[in-house]
Design a protein around this ligand. Structure first.
Ligand code: LER
Ligand code: MN
Length: 275
């Protein structure tokens, strides 16, 4: 398992849910704290110059763990279940750009709030149908580029569609693509899933990446999530992917990132040594 931290562009909106902003500064600080990579929260592919990014990664000995797309929803208002086909067309365009970028950086794209929601007056079946159609179109784009699309179950207070890992798995099982999986976030799982460990084990084949935050969304170790249970379950699930720190930047971004690294990195070291 490797550890990354969520970062965004300097000018990302307040709704960008990341620890640090500004790619160069974020990369430098992540590297200093011992992170293996950065998770890039982008709204469009042209927010970052691929050559500059490659240079940064090389300079700071980091990898991109994943490109995350919360800003596509929060800043651009684009999502899979939108009833307007023109909006869905734009979703495909924006995602195609991000998938092309992911081909060279991380090979994983997340779909969190961009999956959309069940709108007022919309039937669940309609939202689900739109979601499945969009997921299929994007898997077809991503598959030949070796990019995996991962769906993140998000708690009911943020969205009303795909809240738990079981719900996510049941939905994805309706699609016949190998480049599709789940991105559990233990903060959301603590609200929605029966037991974090049991759910991770039950959904093991679908778990491709994981977000770490504590129950209060502060750095792991600052709340009441049992991370020993999480690591034991991931071990039983045979997980060997990226974990990413996605927390509130409190009390300040540097302290939060340091607390997370100091709590999680020794556990990852023990986890990797116990193979
Ligand atoms: C995104 O990864 C996430 O966890 C959401 O809660 C952000 O709103
Ligand atoms: Mn998350």
């Amino acid at each position: 398992m490797k550890l990354s931290v969520a970062v965004a562009a300097e000018n990302a909106m307040p709704s960008a849910f990341v620890v640090w902003r500004g790619f160069e500064e974020s990369a430098r600080k992540a590297s200093e704290l011992g992170y293996d990579g950065i998770e890039l929260a982008l709204k469009t592919a042209d927010e970052i110059d691929p050559d500059k990014l490659a240079g940064l990664l090389d300079k700071y000995k980091l990898e991109v763990s994943c490109i995350s797309t919360g800003q596509v929803f929060a800043a651009l208002g684009l999502y899979f279940t939108h009833r307007d086909p023109e909006v869905r067309k734009r979703v495909v365009e924006v995602f195609t750009g991000l998938i092309k970028l992911a081909k060279d950086f991380g090979r994983i794209i997340n779909v969190g709030r961009t999956r959309g929601f069940i709108a007022e007056g919309q039937r669940r079946e309609e939202a689900e149908g739109l979601f499945l159609d969009m997921a299929e179109r994007l898997c077809e784009v991503a598959d030949p580029m070796g990019v995996t699309i991962i769906i993140e179950p998000v708690n009911r207070y943020e969205i009303n569609f795909v809240n738990s890992l079981d719900e996510g798995r049941e939905l994805l099982q309706k699609l016949k693509f190998g480049n599709l999986g789940l991105m559990p976030d233990v903060f959301h799982m603590n609200i929605e899933d029966d037991m974090i460990g049991k759910s991770l084990i039950r959904n093991a084949p679908w778990v491709k990446y994981i977000h770490f935050a504590d129950s209060n969304r502060l750095a792991p170790g600052q709340g009441h999530i049992d991370f020993d249970e999480v690591f034991e379950a991931l071990k039983k699930a045979g997980f060997d992917g990226w974990a990413s720190i996605e927390i509130l930047p409190k009390p300040d971004p540097d302290t939060a990132a340091k607390q997370a690294a100091e709590f999680i990195l020794p556990r990852i070291k023990a986890y990797n040594n116990s193979k």
